[in-house]
Design a protein around this ligand. Structure first.
Ligand SMILES: [Fe+2]
Length: 131
């Protein structure tokens, strides 16, 4: 069941980016399903690895759009992407040593909060200012 629901208000108006944002929501929902099903640690790790890879590819797309459009806040936006990826790598390491339920919930919540906040604020700002 999807607990991380995509809403039209999350669209930023750049179709390729909107499409990938929706895809990221799907991946977080898949992670949630894995948690619910009580998947093995290894399967969760694979799912986290997929999310990391998707995020990396997605940030590369956003950064290309920003560079192409000479977005004035490129540096700070990229910094936020890099910080997220660094944190996510730490989270994956933490999961390896503490795959318990409490940490799963915390991880899922953090992931959702970060994505929604980033999409609604930084990505929207980019789409408005980088035309
Ligand atoms: Fe972004």
């Amino acid at each position: 069941m999807a607990i991380f629901e995509w809403k039209d208000e999350y669209k930023i108006g750049i179709p390729a980016i909107d499409y990938e944002h929706q895809d990221l929501f799907d991946f977080v929902n898949r992670l949630h399903d894995d948690f619910i099903k009580g998947c093995e640690k290894g399967e969760i790790e694979d799912c986290l690895g997929d999310i990391h890879a998707r995020m990396q590819a997605h940030f590369a797309l956003e950064e290309k759009v920003m560079r192409d459009r000479h977005y004035p806040y490129f540096a700070e936006h990229k910094k936020s992407h890099d910080a997220f990826l660094d944190e996510f790598v730490e989270t994956m390491k933490k999961f390896r040593s503490d795959p318990g339920l409490a940490f799963r919930e915390e991880l899922e919540q953090e992931l959702k909060d970060w994505i929604v906040d980033h999409v609604l604020h930084e990505d929207r700002k980019m789409s408005l200012m980088a035309r």
